[in-house]
Design a binder for this molecule. Structure first.
Ligand code: ZN
Ligand code: ZN
Length: 341
């Protein structure tokens, strides 16, 4: 049985499960158009998830074969995982922002060993202890999920309307969670006439009860010093200014008062940056920063993979502080340590 929601005005959603993940499910939004339904995201690539999507589309009185197009908010496997299967079953086009399409291309071309080598070097540079880095030098032969994501057929052009005959769905580029994350603004009056401007499919950018992971844009081939947290905070403000009547995110549930939620998230990150700055009274490596930052559980209980994500998040916050001129790298330190200015 699939859980579906009718949001009115020809928009429904299907809760597609993400196996073994505390997030639970991805909300795949189904937008009616004159040429057939267009999906916003597709869900995790797993046989059970696929069956739920198929059953959910039937409950929405359509079929997977009728899907006209797929708009993907970002490349993560809980959003883009089933895109290839939907395209196979329907001939639908698949659209992604070029920055995330580049990641998809690279993921398909990069051998897992290259990733392990890159991660090992990166973690060492961040000050990770040898016992944490060692397993990456002798990787177990296992396949990683999402290693051959679908190449998109179309590019999402920021600011332009997407090909949804009979509807107005505009792409808003919201980098931060990934470099090519987009929100989709349905520029139509709210079906229940709620105050505000249309509805916003927010992907992972704006969620009602959780903050998305903001780490570094990991790219073994690119040494550009990016500022993903800065990108994210800018993108948040942009979304707040749209004042959508309702937000339909990819996880949890639909909600109103987007500007209020944006303010909460901006305050949360400012608090986090201020807390980090206080820690930097003494020079610390990104690893040491991650150990001292507040997470949803004590550092000692954070599993291996999540520690890597935490270090990436610590680095994103450090980059922001450096960019703001509130912290700097200690000259000659190796691994590099940061200190408050
Ligand atoms: Zn994501
Ligand atoms: Zn997600």
């Amino acid at each position: 049985m699939a859980t579906t929601f009718d949001h009115g005005g020809g928009v429904r959603s299907v809760a597609v499960p993400i196996p073994d993940n505390p997030l639970g499910h991805t909300l795949v939004h189904v937008v009616e158009t004159d040429r057939g339904p267009v999906l916003v995201d597709t869900g995790w690539d797993d046989p059970g998830s696929w069956d739920t999507l198929v059953a959910g589309l039937a409950a929405c009185r359509t079929t997977v074969g009728e899907v006209y197009g797929v708009v993907v908010t970002h490349h993560h496997p809980d959003h883009h995982g089933l895109s290839a299967r939907v395209r196979e079953a329907s001939g639908a086009w698949v659209a992604l922002h070029p920055a995330d399409a580049a990641i998809v291309r690279r993921t398909r071309e990069t051998r897992p060993e290259r990733w392990y080598t890159y991660m090992a070097a990166k973690l060492t540079a961040a000050g990770a202890p040898e016992e944490h880095v060692a397993p990456l030098r002798t990787p177990r032969p296992r396949s990683l999920p999402g290693l051959s994501p679908a190449l998109p057929d179309r590019e999402i052009v920021p600011g332009e309307l997407l090909d949804l005959p009979g509807r107005r769905l505009r792409a808003i580029w919201t980098p931060g969670h990934t470099p090519g994350h987009v929100c989709l603004h349905l520029e139509e009056e709210h079906p229940a006439r709620l105050a505000g401007h249309g509805r916003l499919f927010s992907g992972d950018h704006l969620l009602p009860g959780i903050t998305p992971h903001i780490g570094l844009y990991e790219d073994p081939d690119d040494t550009t010093v990016t500022d993903p947290l800065g990108d994210y905070l800018d993108s948040l403000e942009r979304i707040g200014r749209l004042v959508p009547a309702e937000v339909l995110p990819a996880h949890q549930h639909a909600f109103t008062d987007a500007p209020g939620r944006v303010r909460e998230l901006l305050a949360h990150h400012e608090e986090r940056l201020a807390g980090l700055l206080a820690l930097l009274a003494e020079p610390l490596t990104p690893w040491q920063v991650a150990e001292r930052m507040e997470w949803n559980r004590p550092w000692g209980q954070i599993p291996y993979g999540s520690r890597n994500i935490a270090v990436s998040e610590a680095e994103a916050h450090l980059r922001r502080l450096v960019k703001q001129g509130r912290a700097e790298a200690v000259t000659g330190s190796e691994p590099v340590a940061y200190v408050a200015v």
